[in-house]
Design a protein around this ligand. Structure first.
Ligand code: NAD
Length: 248
C-alpha cells in the first residue's frame, strides 16, 4: 500500500459501515486520519469499527436529514476537533426498470438518497471548512453518471447531479482552501451490487474493458489521494475508476 499522509486530519465518511465507504474508512485510518463515520446501519457500523485500529467514531445519521447532519457535525467536532475532509459516499441503487416503467416514488427517492444527501452534507460542511481555510470534499458519483445506465435512469440522473454539484461547488470555493472532487467508479464488488438482477449485473460487468468489477479497496486508493494535501491543484474534477468502461 502506498502511504498517503492524512496525519492530523479529521475526515467524515458517510455510508462507511460497509462496501466502498468502509474501504475508505479503513484506508483513511491507515493513513493517519481520525475518522467520523455517518451511517444509518448502526449495528453494522459499530461491528466494523470495533475491528479497525485507529481513531474512529461512529454516529447513526441519516444523510437525507439536515437536522441530523448539523447535530452530527457538532458531535464529530466534539469527538475529534475541526473537520478537514468529508467523503459523501452514502448511496442506494433503487428499482431496476426502464425509464417509462420507473415508479415516480423511486425517482424521488433516488434523487434524495444519492443527490440531496450529498448537497446537504456539502451545505453543512463547506462553511465550516471555509472558516478554517482548508477542506477536501470528495463526492462518490458513479460511472452511471457519465455513460447512462439502461434500467436505472433515476440513479444515473442523481449521480450526474452529483457531478454537477461537485463542479459548481468547486468553483464557488476555489479560492478558500476548499477543493471539491468526485470519483466515478464502475461496478464494484459490494453488497449494493450483489442485490441487482443477473441481467443488470452482466450489463455492467460486460462493459468493463478490464473484464472484472472494481474492488472497494481500489476505489479507496484513488479517494484517499483526493482527500489529501497532495491533491492541491485539482478541483471540480471527476476521476474515473471504471476499468475502461468510460473512455473519457
Ligand atoms: P453499500 O450498499 O455496500 O453501502 C452503502 C452504505 O450507505 C451502507 O452502509 C448504508 O447503510 C449507507 N446508507 C444508505 N443510505 C443512507 C442514509 N440515508 N444515511 C446514511 N447512510 C446511508 O454500497 P457501495 O457499493 O459501497 O456504494 C457506495 C457508494 O458508491 C454509493 O454512493 C454508490 O452509489 C457508489 N457506487 C457504487 C458502485 C457499485 O457498483 N457498488 C458503483 C459506482 C458507484
Amino acid at each position: 500500500m502506498n502511504k498517503i499522509d492524512l496525519n492530523g486530519r479529521h475526515a467524515i465518511v458517510t455510508g462507511g459501515a460497509k462496501g466502498i465507504g468502509l474501504a475508505i474508512v479503513t484506508r483513511a485510518l491507515a493513513s493517519g486520519a481520525k475518522v467520523s463515520v455517518w451511517d444509518i446501519d448502526t449495528a453494522r457500523m459499530n461491528a466494523e469499527l470495533g475491528k479497525l485500529p485507529g481513531d474512529a467514531h461512529g454516529d447513526s445519521i441519516d444523510v437525507t436529514d439536515p437536522d441530523a447532519i448539523n447535530a452530527g457535525l457538532e458531535r464529530a467536532i466534539a469527538a475529534f476537533g475541526k473537520v478537514d475532509i468529508i467523503v459523501n459516499n452514502a448511496g442506494v441503487v433503487g428499482t431496476i426498470a426502464k425509464t417509462w416503467e420507473q415508479p415516480v416514488e423511486n425517482w424521488e427517492r433516488m434523487l434524495k438518497l444519492n443527490l440531496t444527501s450529498a448537497f446537504l452534507c456539502c451545505r453543512a460542511l463547506a462553511p465550516h471548512m471555509m472558516d478554517n481555510g482548508y477542506g477536501r470534499i470528495v463526492n462518490i458519483a458513479s460511472n452511471a453518471a457519465k455513460m447512462g445506465t439502461p434500467s436505472n435512469s433515476p440513479y444515473a440522473a442523481a449521480k450526474a447531479g452529483v457531478v454537477s454539484l461537485t463542479k459548481t461547488l468547486a468553483k464557488e470555493t476555489a479560492k478558500t482552501g476548499v477543493l471539491v472532487n468526485a470519483i466515478a467508479p464502475g461496478g464494484a464488488n459490494t453488497e449494493l451490487f450483489d442485490v441487482l438482477s443477473d441481467e443488470y449485473r452482466e450489463q455492467i460487468e460486460n462493459g468493463m474493458a478490464l473484464g472484472r468489477l472494481v474492488d472497494p479497496e481500489e476505489v479507496a486508493a484513488i479517494t484517499v489521494w483526493a482527500m489529501s494535501e497532495d491533491c492541491s491543484f485539482t478541483t471540480g474534477a471527476v476521476f474515473d475508476i471504471s476499468g475502461g468502461r468510460a473512455d473519457y
